[in-house]
Write a protein that binds this ligand. Structure first.
Ligand SMILES: [Zn+2]
Length: 411
């Protein structure tokens, strides 16, 4: 219902002149250019009577107000279904509409706390635009501390879904059509999966200009290219013209204060750059840092012990950790294949041969990362970041109820 062009026009119309990232070279960031010429005058020009209520999910939220609506995915039988709360901060003035989704994987807690912190600091009376936050999309999995839906399917492989398909298809279809299609921008919040943790980072299909521009509005955060696996929410949103990224921060089953805080700061910066609400915080390094990245895998099974930490800089040939067979006492070292920074890491655990243990990124210029992604696409080479998007395909599959193998990953 909205094409990419209209989204871009909307964004440029409502952006404020002040950017939290204090861009030195505005020509580099197309979204930021018109902001200096067109501050919030657009919203001022719309008469109050035309600034309507937000109508969503059969309810409405008036301009300048905060409301809670409910999405009913019908995951069980209707009489015992629990509706999923959807928080809405609807600005007094018109502006972009940003959606935040968390806990599509029910065991990923950091995003839930990010949505809470972000939503409850918004001031709709002075906002220009709307923020819709769903703290716990997969309420069903969250209650069981599980990544999956109750049918053991990964909801983030069932978008945009189908009204006549499996339970996961129907749930995906319901969320996508009742909420996501109303978004002009989407940030889907995740953590590392299956005993892995990630440095706070944005992932998006940087080959798409609108996603590329969008990914540059989050302040000084790590940005990686990845098209996103088929069926992921962000890919489905991109396919209908909604710029969408995944934000990864920390690991599952835990609340990581630092990761939560970094993620919230990043989204605050996004809202400022979109002209929705000013951020009270400033980045010491305001520009996003783009990386090309790849995972390093264990060449044998056994007990994994890392010698490096998340965020460490490593040199080619450096020992990242070791894997030791606990019965034979034979082991092998995991070596860094190139210089870089540890963007993701597996917790110490028992691993199988081929398990992805360390995610190393090499810093590059934003355009270089984008060009590389396009070039790899043209030559049909799998992009390196495909691994980072869906790292666990070979090492951590799970049986679905039908007995088929379903890949699981952190995205
Ligand atoms: Zn996830």
């Amino acid at each position: 219902m909205r094409n990419a062009l209209s989204l871009a026009l909307c964004l440029t119309s409502f952006a404020t002149p002040l950017s939290a990232t204090e861009l030195a070279d505005e020509d580099d960031v197309s979204l930021a250019v018109p902001a200096l010429e067109q501050p919030v005058a657009v919203s001022d020009a719309i008469p109050l009577e035309l600034r309507g209520a937000l109508e969503l999910l059969g309810g409405e939220v008036l301009p300048g107000e905060f409301g809670t609506l409910y999405w009913r995915p019908v995951q069980s039988f209707q009489s015992i279904d629990t509706p999923v709360p959807v928080l809405v901060a609807h600005g007094e003035s018109p502006g972009p509409r940003v959606c935040l989704t968390a806990a599509i994987h029910g065991d990923e807690l950091n995003g839930i706390e990010m949505v809470r912190r972000l939503m409850y600091q918004l001031e709709p009376a002075s906002m220009s635009g709307t923020v819709i936050g769903i703290p716990i999309v997969n309420l069903d999995g969250f209650r069981r501390s599980s990544r999956y839906l109750s049918d053991r399917r990964d909801l983030n492989r069932h978008f945009p879904g189908s009204p006549t398909g499996s339970a996961a298809d129907r749930t995906g279809h319901s969320l996508f059509n009742q909420v996501i299609r109303q978004c002009q921008f989407l940030v889907d919040l995740h953590t590392g999966s299956l005993q892995r943790t990630n440095l706070p980072q944005i992932r998006g299909n940087l080959k798409d200009e609108h996603v590329f521009d969008f990914s540059r509005q989050f302040g000084g955060i790590t940005v990686l290219h990845g098209v996103g696996a088929k069926g992921t929410l962000r890919r489905a949103a991109n396919d209908v013209g909604i710029p969408a990224v995944t934000m990864e921060a920390g690991g599952p089953h835990q609340l990581d204060e630092q990761a939560v805080d970094a993620g919230v700061q990043s989204i605050e910066t996004l809202l400022e750059n979109l002209g929705i609400q000013k951020s009270k915080r400033f980045w010491s390094a305001p520009q996003p840092v783009f990386y090309q990245s790849d995972w390093v895998r264990a060449n044998q099974g056994g007990i994994l012990m890392s010698k490096v930490k998340l965020g460490d800089k490593v040199r080619e040939g450096q020992v990242l950790g070791s894997v030791i067979d606990p019965v034979t006492n034979s082991g092998s070292a995991i070596l860094a294949p190139f210089d870089g920074k540890i963007l993701g890491i597996a917790f110490n655990q028992v691993v199988q041969t081929g398990f992805a243990t360390h995610h190393i990124g090499v810093e590059k210029a934003a355009q270089a990362v984008q060009e590389d992604a396009i070039e790899r696409d043209l030559t049909l080479q799998p992009p390196a970041a495909t691994l980072s998007d869906c790292v666990a395909q070979s090492s951590a599959e799970t049986e679905t109820q039908e007995g088929s193998r379903e890949a699981t990953s952190e995205c």
